[in-house]
Design a protein around this ligand. Structure first.
Ligand SMILES: Nc1ncnc2c1ncn2[C@@H]1O[C@H](COP(=O)(O)OP(=O)(O)OP(=O)(O)O)[C@@H](O)[C@H]1O
Ligand SMILES: [Mg+2]
Length: 308
């Protein structure tokens, strides 16, 4: 078992009347990717910036790298890296100059070219920041977060607003950071990002952690439905579902989906299709995802406001 590197206990943050963080407790393990997953306004940035010693808590304890955030601010800042939610930099500096500029703010001089390689920016090193795509700008931000060779890297919604390709490129960079031994604290409202990257996921909603575990644990605990989708099925599929006492989710575009609650039921569905000689064009067996976990816990969707 890896060591606890961040320990949060009873953390509260109140802004005027609003309780933004409502007494949360959790641990982050060294070397893991920890995802803080939640919709807009859930309290992710507030929490993460308290841990980074940028904001102050109303009450509660945070220990990071064995240090108390109230007493060891300078030491902590030296050993962590931060990509803030709204990262932006100097328009008229090149990629290389940007990373060099931030490196000079720290005493240790990193190998800039090695750093650019780590975030896959070598071929863009001489481009001006203002001319970069959103995904490249975020990768510059990640490079900046690494100039002090931090033990923990905080990435606050690193892929929000990026297209799927650019998002995957950032994911590759994050996977590389994990391989190099860094602990990653990732906040996101993309369930797929948490599923792909995280060893451990805490779901936050309205200032509370409503579930915490690995993706599989969360799915097994809160949403164990298995969706069996049968494409282009002949008549009689409805009968199969009815006989087994299972819900027929829908029949759309020629696809019927039956909800099974365990593997044995999936096998029963398949056996019944065969026994009745029901022909079909394709079969897709899918477990629930974190989006459905969130929906089943809160009755709301993770991605609100149509932002994709
Ligand atoms: N400085 C502040 N003063 C007053 N209210 C604030 C402040 N910062 C955040 N809030 C409020 O606290 C709540 C939590 O905000 P926070 O930014 O932590 O959420 P978030 O999960 O990071 O959301 P997003 O996905 O939009 O980044 C929101 O209702 C927000 O409006
Ligand atoms: Mg935020």
């Amino acid at each position: 078992m890896s060591e606890t590197i961040i320990q949060v206990r009873g953390l509260v943050k109140v802004y005027d009347e609003l309780i933004a963080v409502n007494g949360i407790s959790f641990d982050v393990k060294e070397g893991q990717v920890f995802a803080f997953l939640g919709p807009n306004g859930a309290g992710k940035t507030t929490t993460v910036e308290i841990i980074e010693t940028i904001r102050t808590a109303t009450s509660g304890q945070v220990n990071i790298l064995g240090l108390d955030i109230k007493k060891n601010r300078t030491d902590i800042l030296r050993r962590i890296g931060v990509l803030p939610q709204e990262f932006s930099s100097f328009d008229r500096l090149t990629v290389r100059e940007t990373v060099q500029y931030y490196s000079r703010l720290f005493k240790g001089e990193p190998d800039i070219d090695e750093l650019l390689e780590l975030v896959n920016l070598t071929e863009h090193r001489d481009q001006l920041y203002m001319n970069l795509s959103g995904g490249l700008k975020q990768r510059v931000g990640i490079a900046v977060a690494l100039v002090n060779d931090p033990e923990i890297v905080f990435l606050d919604e690193p892929t929000t607003g990026l297209d799927p390709r650019a998002r995957r490129d950032v994911w590759d960079v994050i996977k590389g950071l994990k391989k190099s031994g860094k602990t990653i604290f990732l906040t996101t409202h993309y369930m797929e990002e948490a599923e792909v990257l995280a060893d451990d996921v805490a779901i936050i909603s309205k200032g509370d952690i409503i579930a915490h575990g690995t993706t599989s644990q969360l799915i097994d605990q809160y949403c164990s439905t298995i969706h069996v989708s049968i494409r282009g099925a002949g008549p009689g599929v409805e009968e199969v579902a009815k006989n087994l006492g299972l819900t027929l989710e829908n029949r759309e575009n020629g696809t019927v989906t039956i909800e099974a609650s365990n593997n044995d039921q999936v096998v029963e569905i398949l056996n019944n299709l065969k026994a009745r000689d029901i022909k079909y064009d394709g079969l897709d067996i899918r477990k629930a995802n974190l989006e459905e976990v969130f929906l089943s816990l809160t009755g709301e969707s993770l991605t609100t406001g149509g932002e994709e």
